[in-house]
Write a protein that binds this ligand. Structure first.
Ligand SMILES: *Cc1c(COP(=O)(O)O)cnc(C)c1O
Length: 408
């Protein structure tokens, strides 16, 4: 639902309280409303709910009180302290079963046959696959370029009237490349295009794309927003409330990619601690990046927070903190990568990201093992590359684990 909220001075106060409504049974926390449908006192009330003359729930694919708190909370966080023409910005959020569900709703709600998307070449692999496998056959074409180069972006926007939307992900998964939200949003306004940003890696605590005039935000809530790795989820947000209430809501309801009350409950409680978790994630990440940079066994460290990183300037301009994601390259290549992974004792070997524990994956032997080596190298996924989601354990223990895994 929408984020029209009372004003909170601090982010955590809002993260804890926004979206929670008094419970009719006086429950402290919004209960897990495990109910597929909702009842009417009489036929007239049923009619009014369907016509929209009376607010109220109808069917949980369409909306649910637990899901509603999660939606209002995320919308409030993404709009925190943003004003447009002297008024607090308002957004509407729609919770989905997954990040991919939210991205699907966005594309199918906003695009039609003949439209094109302008996007950057580093995107989450699922998004890339969705564009290729599902959008192309529907004759929605993607123009994939290096959007860090603004003159390339402008050239395409100027020349191709069929471009309807600029789709961004910054920092991008897995390369951590960043694109300039303010500059691309200004170009989109100039040429009359929509903009959307996948804000999964940053969360609204580290980056608020709406501040730069972005129209839509998507998240995989599976990651830092949930924060504990307990549920898959996604959300689509937009500041065009009319569009969100009509076309976006319709698309979401028809596609059926709704979330559920239990996952929403886990998400709500994860989000309450977002600020303190992100601060710790960020502090730890900076220390891990410095440790790795100084370690003789490491060839390169890819972290936006290092002044040597090519996207350092852009990320410092638009993010409160460069975040908790990084990758690094071991000097010994594939063998060293496998050995390092095997020696870890505290940190967790897995894909995904954004949980309390530090997660590491070795793409060459795991997520990208089926990709031919030449192609893998082309995407920047080298033999000894390790991807890392820095957790909130005590930094001494993370560094001890790395030290023994690198040296032993
Ligand atoms: C994980 C992820 C997704 C997909 O989200 P799911 O919840 O797995 O569907 C999309 N974008 C980014 C950046 C991700 O990291």
């Amino acid at each position: 639902m929408s984020s029209k909220q009372k004003k909170y001075k601090g982010f955590s106060s809002l993260a804890i309280h926004a979206g929670q409504h008094p419970d009719p049974m006086y429950a402290h926390l919004t209960p897990i409303y495990a109910s597929s449908t909702y009842v009417y006192d009489n036929a007239e009330q049923g009619m009014k709910r369907f016509s929209g003359d009376e607010p109220g729930y109808i069917y949980s694919r369409w909306g649910n009180p637990t899901m509603n708190e999660a939606e209002e909370k995320i919308a409030a966080m993404e709009c925190f302290e943003i004003e447009v023409n002297g008024k607090p910005l308002e957004a509407k959020a729609i919770l989905h079963a997954s990040g991919m569900g939210a991205i699907s709703s966005l594309f199918l709600a906003a695009l039609k046959k003949g439209d094109k998307i302008l996007t950057h070449y580093s995107l989450y692999s699922g998004t890339q696959d969705l564009i290729k496998t599902l959008l192309e056959p529907l004759e929605v074409e993607a123009i994939i370029v290096d959007l860090r180069n603004l003159s390339i972006a402008e050239k395409f926007l100027k020349e191709d009237a069929a471009i309807k939307m600029i789709y961004l992900e910054t920092p991008a998964n897995p390369t951590l490349q960043c694109v300039d939200l303010a500059a691309l949003s200004a170009l989109a306004t100039q040429y009359g295009k929509l903009t959307a940003c996948d804000n999964t890696f940053s969360t609204p605590y580290f980056q608020q794309p709406f501040k730069f005039g972005i129209d839509f935000i998507v998240h995989s809530t599976t990651k830092f927003l949930n924060g504990h790795g307990t549920a898959i989820g996604g959300v689509l947000l937009g500041t065009d409330i009319e569009f969100m209430k009509t076309r976006a809501t319709k698309t979401h309801r028809l596609l059926g990619g709704n979330s559920n009350a239990f996952d929403a409950f886990l998400l709500i409680n994860g989000m309450k601690t977002l600020e303190v978790r992100m601060q710790r994630h960020g502090d730890n990440a900076m220390k891990v990046a410095e440790f790795l940079t100084d370690h003789p066994g490491i060839a390169t460290v890819n972290y936006n927070g290092l002044s040597t990183h090519p996207d350092f300037a852009v990320s410092s301009k638009q993010m409160r903190h460069p975040g908790a994601m990084m990758s690094f390259e071991l000097k010994g290549g594939y063998e060293s990568g496998v050995q390092f992974m095997n020696k870890l004792q505290l940190c967790t070997r897995t894909v995904s990201l954004g949980t309390c524990d530090t997660l590491l994956s070795h793409p060459a032997s795991m997520s990208h093992s089926s990709v031919p080596r030449e192609n893998r190298l082309e995407y920047g996924i080298t033999d000894g590359l390790i991807r890392l989601s820095v957790g909130i354990e005590n930094i001494e223990d993370i560094l001890d684990d790395f030290t023994q895994a690198l040296n032993a």
